[in-house]
Design a protein around this ligand. Structure first.
Ligand SMILES: C[S@@+](CC[C@H](N)C(=O)[O-])C[C@H]1O[C@@H](n2cnc3c(N)ncnc32)[C@H](O)[C@@H]1O
Length: 336
C-alpha cells in the first residue's frame, strides 16, 4: 500500500528497516516509542490469552527466533540513525528475547537511562509456575544534546499525597503499574499498548510539535496518542491488513483529531521557583531569618515553615535549608 497521510503525519506500509532507510532522514526524530514483535511465535501469541479472537486483526507479522538477533540489531541501528542527538527511545520487550535487544543496544552508541518494568493485568495463566505479568521498557538516549525530560509535566514536585508522599517521585519510579485496555467488540492488534502508558512516555520525553516515530505501528496506538497530544508522528507497519484497517479507522474517526487528548490532561501544580540558583541578597537573608522565627513561634513545624518561605521567596527546599544553616552560623559567630 502507498503511504498514508493523516493530518500531515505520514505512515508507511513497509518493513521498518528498509522503510526508514528510504524515508526518514538522519537525526530527524525526537522520540521513538516501539514495541517490536517478540520472536515467540507472536502470530500465535493470542492463544495464551483468554480473548475473543474475532476482533484481533490478522496479519501480525512475527520474526523467527533464529533471525531475532540480526533483526533486532538492524532495526535498532536504523532507530539510532534517525534519532536526533538528545532524542529518546523506549523499547518494549518481553523477557524471552530481551537479551537480544539488550545485546543490540550494546552494539550502538545509545546510552541507557532507565530499565523500566511495566506490570500489567491479564498475565499469562499458569498452574505450574508464577504468572508472568510484566514487560521491560528500555529507555535509552542518543547523546550529543540535552535530553527532553519534562520533570513536572504530570505532577509538580511540590504535590503530595494525603500522607505526605511526593506524587512526582511516585510517578517517576521505574516500576509502572498500568493495566492493558480491554476493548470489547473493537478491532485491535494482538498486543496493543495502553494509551495511559504512551501518554506518560510522550509527556515526559517530548514537547508539542516534536516528531514521534514508531517502527512497529501494529494497532497504531502510538500515533493515536501522539496526535492526541499535538505531537507529529510517523512509522511503519509491515502487515497490509493491519495497516489498512488502522489508517482507515483513524482517518474516519470523529474522536482522533490533533490535540484531542490535551483537555483531559491533569494540570500539575508547579511552584514558583523563579529565584532558584540566584545568589542570596542580604535583604532576603534578613527576611528569611525573621520569617522563620515568626512561623516557628506561631506553631508551624520546620518542614511546613521551609515550604511556606520557599514559596514566598521563589526558592527550593534545599536552598532555604542551606541558607538557614549559613545565617544561623553567622549569628552564632556574632554572638560568641
Ligand atoms: C507488538 S506489535 C506492535 C503493537 C503496537 N505497539 C500497538 O500498540 O498496537 C508488532 C507489530 O510489528 C509488525 N511488524 C513485524 N515485522 C515488522 C517489520 N519488519 N517492519 C514493520 N512492522 C513489522 C507486526 O505485524 C506487528 O503488528
Amino acid at each position: 500500500m502507498k503511504p498514508v497521510d493523516i493530518y500531515g503525519n505520514v505512515f508507511y506500509n513497509e518493513d521498518c528497516i528498509t522503510g526508514a532507510a528510504t524515508h526518514i532522514p538522519d537525526e530527524s526524530v525526537d522520540l521513538i516509542i516501539t514495541d517490536p514483535p517478540y520472536g515467540i511465535k507472536g502470530d500465535k501469541l493470542h492463544q495464551h490469552y483468554n480473548r475473543d479472537e474475532n476482533f484481533v486483526v490478522d496479519g501480525y507479522v512475527e520474526i523467527p527466533e533464529a533471525k531475532y538477533a540480526d533483526f533486532s540489531l538492524a532495526w535498532i541501528k536504523e532507530a539510532e540513525r534517525i534519532l536526533k542527538p538528545g532524542g529518546s527511545i523506549y523499547i518494549v520487550s518481553g523477557y524471552t528475547n530481551l537479551y537480544h535487544i539488550l545485546h543490540a543496544l550494546y552494539q550502538t552508541n545509545l546510552e541507557e537511562i532507565n530499565h523500566i518494568i511495566w506490570k500489567y493485568n491479564f498475565g499469562v495463566y499458569t498452574k505450574t509456575k508464577y504468572v508472568s505479568s510484566h514487560y521491560h521498557i528500555l529507555y535509552y538516549q542518543k547523546a550529543g544534546k540535552s535530553r527532553t525530560f519534562n520533570l513536572e509535566s504530570r505532577y509538580g514536585t511540590c504535590e503530595k499525597t494525603e500522607d505526605g508522599r511526593s506524587l512526582n517521585y511516585r510517578d517517576r519510579e521505574d516500576v509502572w503499574i498500568i493495566n492493558r485496555e480491554y476493548k470489547p467488540g473493537k478491532v485491535k492488534n494482538k498486543n496493543e499498548l495502553p494509551h495511559k502508558l504512551l501518554k506518560k512516555i510522550i509527556q515526559y520525553s517530548s514537547n508539542e510539535g516534536d516528531l514521534v516515530c514508531d517502527m512497529f505501528l501494529g494497532g497504531f496506538s502510538t500515533p493515536t496518542v501522539a496526535i492526541g497530544l499535538n505531537r507529529r508522528c510517523t512509522g511503519f507497519e509491515i502487515s497490509e491488513t493491519m495497516f489498512r484497517a488502522k489508517t482507515r479507522e483513524i482517518d474516519q474517526s470523529n474522536v482522533i483529531k490533533p490535540g484531542f487528548m490535551v483537555p483531559e490532561l491533569r494540570e500539575p501544580v508547579i511552584k514558583n521557583l523563579e529565584n532558584q540558583g540566584r545568589p542570596w541578597t542580604s535583604k532576603e537573608e534578613d527576611y528569611l531569618l525573621t520569617r522563620y522565627r515568626e512561623l516557628r513561634q506561631s506553631g508551624q513545624n520546620k518542614k511546613d515553615t521551609i515550604e511556606i518561605i520557599g514559596e514566598e521567596l521563589g526558592r527550593g527546599r534545599w536552598s532555604i535549608e542551606k541558607a538557614i544553616k549559613k545565617i544561623s552560623k553567622k549569628d552564632d559567630n556574632r554572638q560568641s
